[in-house]
Write a protein that binds this ligand. Structure first.
Ligand SMILES: [Zn+2]
Length: 176
């Protein structure tokens, strides 16, 4: 039913670190076999043996997230959505926005696409997932939420577009 929890190493931005020295340079032992097609050795088996290339420790590594890497990926996916280029995504207009009419809606969509007034205040996580602007003296918000592909619950990994359906909602501030 798709509700299996992800392993940390399946998530965007995860990487192994040495438990002794914290280095990212963890090597994993593999077995390779010769491929005539590519004229090179191809990894056939991943072995459960690890070596830190920095300190030589052989313990099984820990896993960590590179938060800056995740943030950048999420920001890029959100920008694509605002620009109408996201693949798994929906745009929701609240009743208050729709009641303002077609021209207003078109202007609102353009304003969201062009919005670039992100700051530490409205975008503390640097993900470009929220903003506010005005049209004809009316204040509007947009926000982006992350769901699974069935739109039943939150995405397991908002940084992975294959696992995430993004929803961009445009609303009047008075409807918030
Ligand atoms: Zn080490």
């Amino acid at each position: 039913m798709g509700s299996k929890k992800l392993n940390i190493w399946d998530m965007v931005g995860a990487h192994p670190i040495c438990r002794s020295c914290g280095s990212r340079q963890v090597l994993r032992t593999t077995e390779a076999e010769w491929s005539m097609a590519t004229q090179s050795w191809q990894i056939k088996t991943l072995c459960d043996k690890f070596t830190c290339d920095n300190c030589g420790d052989r313990a099984v590594p820990d896993w960590q997230f590179d938060e800056a890497f995740r943030q950048k990926r999420i920001r890029r996916l959100n920008d694509l959505l605002r620009h109408g280029q996201a693949e798994k995504a929906s745009i929701m207009l609240t009743p208050g926005v729709r009641e303002e009419g077609e021209t207003f809606v078109r202007t609102a969509l353009n304003r969201v696409a062009q919005f670039d007034a992100f700051s530490a205040d409205n975008d503390p996580h640097g993900e470009h997932d929220f903003g506010s602007f005005e049209i004809d003296g009316k204040k509007l918000f947009f926000k982006i939420d992350y769901f699974d592909l069935e739109l039943e619950r939150h995405s397991d990994d908002a940084a992975n577009p294959a696992l995430t359906h993004r929803v961009l909602t445009i609303m009047l501030a008075s409807e918030y």
